[in-house]
Design a protein around this ligand. Structure first.
Ligand code: DX5
Ligand code: ZN
Length: 218
């Protein structure tokens, strides 16, 4: 099966956001990955609602919103209103994850959980059946352009087993340091969605780079 490709807008040229989004519209990208950082959960600040709304105005594909923020439950409805189609919260940021997942679903968005590199996927055992997506961080969140953490393959396999065991529909998304070199092995390990930021946007030809990722199994 071909993976879903979710280019991370974080790596795009913000001064030319409209043309970057239009480029993604014409590409084989499936989703737009939107990284929201609050300077508290992660040591960086990205952008918020006005920028998201500006992206939404031009985007012809679903917006996959990755919340790297503390107390995400305070803003779920606002992210949905700003155009989020998939909303992922970090397991490390949620005291009442089950409640927050139901809150996301109640807005009509798909619900995801993101997992830091040090967090075991076994912690998802009792929530996996409720999830539409698990975002496995293959770098420490906060910055684009970091080096891929190799342990992610093992984690992807463990998560795939858990999903099958629990009869869950959740997709496995890999986020951080994804490129043409590791994409194939990630799919072999069980990944369904590949996020790619710097690999796509620093390429000479982002449209061809997205197509190559999409067709990496061919
Ligand atoms: C990291 C973000 C990622 C990032 C990926 O905190 O969650 O989505 O934008 O960028 P690359 O592909 O450059 O690692
Ligand atoms: Zn992300």
């Amino acid at each position: 099966m071909r993976p879903l490709i979710a280019p991370s807008v974080l790596a795009s040229d913000f001064a030319n956001l409209q043309s970057e989004v239009e480029m993604l519209n014409t590409s084989q990208a499936d989703w737009l990955h939107i990284d929201i950082m609050d300077g508290r959960f992660v040591p960086n600040i990205s952008f918020g609602f006005p920028v998201m709304q500006a992206i939404k105005k031009h985007a012809q594909k679903p917006m996959d919103v990755h919340l790297m923020i503390v107390e995400p439950e305070l803003y779920i409805e606002q992210f949905r209103a700003a155009g989020a189609d998939v909303i992922s919260v970090h397991i490390e940021a949620c005291n009442h994850l089950h409640r927050t997942i139901q809150q996301i679903k109640a807005t009509g968005a798909k619900a995801g959980v993101a997992v830091n590199p040090h967090t075991s996927v076994s912690l998802l055992d009792d929530i996996i059946a409720d999830l539409d997506l698990v975002c496995l961080m293959s770098v420490n969140p906060g910055f684009g352009g970091q080096k891929f953490i190799e342990n992610t393959y093992r984690k992807t396999e463990a998560l795939k087993n858990l999903i099958l065991q629990r009869n869950s529909q959740a997709l496995i998304e890999i986020d951080g340091g994804v490129n043409q070199q590791n994409a194939r092995a990630l799919l072999d390990s069980g990944a369904d969605v590949l996020v790619a930021g710097s690999f796509v946007f620093s390429a000479q030809d982002p449209i061809a780079t997205i197509a190559n990722l999409k067709n990496v199994l061919k």
